[in-house]
Design a protein around this ligand. Sequence first.
Ligand SMILES: NC(=O)c1ccc[n+]([C@@H]2O[C@H](COP(=O)([O-])OP(=O)(O)OC[C@H]3O[C@@H](n4cnc5c(N)ncnc54)[C@H](OP(=O)(O)O)[C@@H]3O)[C@@H](O)[C@H]2O)c1
Length: 285
Amino acid sequence: MEYFTFENGVKIPKLGFGVFQINDLKQTEETVEKAINKGYRLFDTAAAYGNESAVGLAINKSSIPREDFFITTKLWIQDYSYENAKKAIDNTLQKMQLEYLDLYLLHQPYGDVFGAWRALEEAHKNGKIRAIGVSNFEPFQLENLSLFNDIKPMVNQIEINPWEQNKKTVAYNQENGILSEAWAPFAEGKNNLFSNKSLQEIADVHSKNVGQVVLRWLLQRDIIVIPKTIHENRMIENINVFDFELTDSEMAQISDLDLKQSQFFDHQDPKAVQRLYNLPYSSVR
Ligand SMILES: NC(=O)c1ccc[n+]([C@@H]2O[C@H](COP(=O)([O-])OP(=O)(O)OC[C@H]3O[C@@H](n4cnc5c(N)ncnc54)[C@H](OP(=O)(O)O)[C@@H]3O)[C@@H](O)[C@H]2O)c1
């Protein structure tokens, strides 16, 4: 596995495994166990996914030492405030049966972001969280958070795939020492990603498949990837992306596929803010 290193010396694998939309706890536990056996060490969950406990169970049952894992989870907006975020962090550690988290993110840029961030800073300073970051933040929101707080985000996890390349935010992250992490690297297969002709042509040249080309393209842009799959053959394929390199012209060809449009929803749409605000989830209320 290859790693990036944060300014504080903590190392993060460049490739990990996401567990969004694996809703059944037994299935989550078994899927994480299979992924561990295939060599995955970074696992990305969230309080809002409802499966933190199953991820923790699989990690704790494994014979692999805790320090070899990199566990990421996220705070949901209903728990944004200094006091509630402190409680939510403790609830998550309890739920996952872990003594510390490797990375903890503010899941969305809404609500009492500053209050929640101060709780993350505090948990980081007292050793409960090794690295802190955010998700779905625009450059102006990152700048605002960084300027008015002690610690700037170490990661910004955003949608990045061939259809929504998010070039402006990735460039801002890079210029400001914030690692970009791609969610939905395959756009969950939307817009026929896995049968796209241009991507397939590049895949054929390297005797790889489309998914592997997409992950490689992200890694060559210095972006962390966390693909999700419940299938063991795909787990093997998705981690097998460190033995080939895309040429500059192949990188440019994929760059040209950018539709500059989220395949899910626009985080700046007021209706999206309302919808997320109304989700019933909270770990502390
Ligand atoms: N921060 C955020 O707001 C946010 C939002 C969304 C996601 N995330 C994180 O990012 C992770 C990844 O994103 P995602 O799960 O939404 O989407 P994704 O990784 O782009 O796509 C997952 C889909 O692709 C399929 N797939 C995976 N590997 C494949 C392969 N090699 N060939 C063909 N199909 C394949 C999977 O099906 P099978 O499972 O059936 O194989 C699944 O339907 C999530 O699990 C989560 O941890 C974060």
